[in-house]
Design a protein around this ligand. Structure first.
Ligand code: ATP
Ligand code: MG
Length: 307
């Protein structure tokens, strides 16, 4: 099984400003969701994995081989979708993939087979001869993933693959991701925690360039298992509860409000314990880190868009 090992990697673009600081992670096959707000250092880390950027400090190995000394070894096994993936508007998806496949060194019948196969994997076969200027944002994203799969990568790196997708396309992406993983190591970034649900086997939370938490989504949920309450109260009582508790959602129902509240103890005599979503577990984690006196190192939960 291929192993990716990122060993205390740091990146400094400017003096005294670390975009990424002492990031370490070991991973075998599976899907890692890298979550963090804008500027957290996600793209910086993914570009280093894609051999487009060198760390200022630290080491990275793939199957025990030095990725910094042997970028060509990485590129042979790598598929990469950059955050700003762009296409040529006048050509078709099929022509575009042939072109990129040739750049990757694929030729002849093998290239043709790979193009058809990746089109199939991202459900674009029926649209393969349409010009790319007619593609929706979600179709372009899927094409980005298709080109990354051309060389059957063992290491697949996707930078914000769900940005700009409508809800239906987002669901489609989530459904597609597990089928892509197989024997692969897949790493994708997002600032939307719900992208992680049902797709990622591992989770890494990044805040201001630092890894603040890593583990399985289930472990993050388990940490929050006893801390989520639901409660329906009259509108008039809502304001006071809201000032005292972290409210993860509040839905008006007639004259009442249906609330979900994060708290260690029951926030109200009528509150009922419920299962937290991954997003609520994440909010709780951020809150606890803040209370532990390390708030400055972590973003305010409000910076994460509650989708
Ligand atoms: N080429 C660069 N030169 C100087 N600073 C940079 C450069 N690229 C990124 N940074 C800084 O490094 C930090 C991390 O940026 P990065 O793009 O890795 O974050 P991100 O998590 O991908 O953010 P986003 O969610 O907005 O894509 C930010 O403070 C950013 O301003
Ligand atoms: Mg980015």
């Amino acid at each position: 099984m291929p192993t990716l090992f990122i060993d205390t990697v740091s990146k400094r673009y400017e003096r005294d400003r670390w975009a990424l600081h002492e990031f370490s992670l070991r991973m075998e096959a599976g899907v890692l969701g890298l979550v963090g707000p804008n500027g957290a250092g996600k793209t910086t880390l993914l570009k280093m994995l894609a051999t487009l950027l060198l760390p200022t400090e630290g080491h990275m190995t793939w199957n025990g081989q030095d990725m910094l000394r042997h970028p060509e070894m990485v590129r042979r096994v790598l598929g990469y979708v950059p955050q700003d993936f762009g296409v040529y508007p006048q050509i078709s998806a099929r022509v575009f993939l042939h072109y990129l496949g040739e750049l990757k060194g694929l030729r002849g019948a093998h290239l043709r087979r790979r193009v058809e196969s990746v089109l199939e994997m991202v459900s674009l076969s029926a649209d393969a001869d349409r010009r790319l200027k007619t593609f929706s944002g979600g179709m372009v994203r899927r094409l980005g993933i298709a080109q990354a799969l051309l060389n059957e990568p063992r290491l697949l790196v996707l930078d914000e693959p769900t940005v700009g997708l409508d809800p239906a396309e987002r669901v489609r992406f989530r459904e597609m991701l597990p089928s892509l993983s197989g024997e692969r190591t897949v790493i994708f970034s997002t600032h939307i925690i719900s992208d992680i649900e049902a797709t990622a086997t591992h989770l890494a939370l990044l805040n201001h360039g630092r890894l603040s938490w890593t583990g399985t989504p289930e472990a993050l949920l388990a940490d929050a298992a006893e801390a989520l309450w639901t409660l329906t109260i009259p509108q008039a009582e809502f304001a006071s509860l809201r000032t005292h508790y972290r409210v993860s959602s509040a839905i008006p129902r007639g004259g009442s409000v249906e609330m979900r509240i994060l708290a260690a103890n029951p926030p109200h005599p009528q509150a009922i314990r419920a299962n937290p979503t991954l997003e609520e577990a994440y909010l709780l984690f951020q809150e606890e880190m803040g209370q532990a006196g390390r708030a400055e190192a972590f973003a305010s939960p409000k910076q994460i868009s509650p989708s």
